[in-house]
Design a protein around this ligand. Sequence first.
Ligand code: IPM
Ligand code: MG
Length: 363
Amino acid sequence: MSRKIEILVLPGDGIGPEVMSQALRVLHKISDMADLSLVIYEDLIHGQAWDAYGTFCRDETVHQAKNVDAVLVGAVGGEKWGNLAPGGTPEEKDGLMRLRKELDVFAGIRPARSYSHLNEKTPYRPELLDEVDLIVLREMCGGVMFASPRGIESDSKGPKRGFDTAAYDVDEVKRHARFGFELARKRRGHLTSVDKANVMESGAFWREIVSEVSFEYPDVHFQNMYADNCSYQLAINPKQFDVILADNLFGDILSDQAAALSGSLGMLASASLTDQSNSPGIYEPVHGTAPDIAGKNIANPIGMILSLALMFEFGFSMQEISKKLHLAVEEVTRTGPLTPDLGGLGTTNEVTEAILRELERNF
Ligand code: IPM
Ligand code: MG
């Protein structure tokens, strides 16, 4: 009997809808070839939701997201919707932030790797990139992006002071650290935790708790690193990393930096997961809405398509399908076509079609 899989699709803003429609072609192809019984629901998020419903994420959307097997997101954001909820919580200001929080998907898996055929598109010397394959594991639901108090204080002359609070509870750090050690165990067994323990209380706390958890995983090689040094080390010797355990802010920054290893931010996929086995994850490319190229059919669809690979791997334990997707993408990085972010002339459509052909050939 074919396996039934229910997915909520949220294309979002900017290039979100165009990369999503291509990813759905790939998903339908896989579904046919692997005999899956797909049920796809589609809804609006962030800017699109605001324009239609006056809210960035409806309760109905949250409800549905909690009741499917996986949630796929394209991209959210845009200047037009930038300042519509001043003083609001992150959940009120951003539809995706609300969804991450509501689904409690604290573990943000952001893999970055090198592709030998794209090395020359990167700012790195090729010998630094040989077999780079790392994951930035970003905490997604807490820290300075969510903790309170936060706000902008004003007086009669205008805004005077803006502030956020960098804070984590012990349980938030513990569950994230455990997720990281478990992940490292399934990979090369190496975990680097980043913080600013030298100057921040929340950093010293993070380091203390993660170090404590590390004793539960004597088989994992563990080290602490200051976040600024990690950024530098990523630039000069990225091969040293396996899993980088980071809080919400450092993980946001380091995952963008790590994208340079692949040649383009458009290559990077992500999975945001919980530690509850029956709770859905959110799968989305790391790139943003890229309004400057939206609607031109030149956005790189690979980040979105590799998000499907993460969904099959982490959401459905269908490693074989995930591998086939990775192989198809890898082959297309060799043969082309490539989109302009990678120096090519290919369109979003053409890149997807090449990936579809590869999938068909290898299934
Ligand atoms: C990301 C993005 C988001 C974030 C934005 C769009 C809210 O930068 O997924 O990395 O900061 O989490
Ligand atoms: Mg980001």
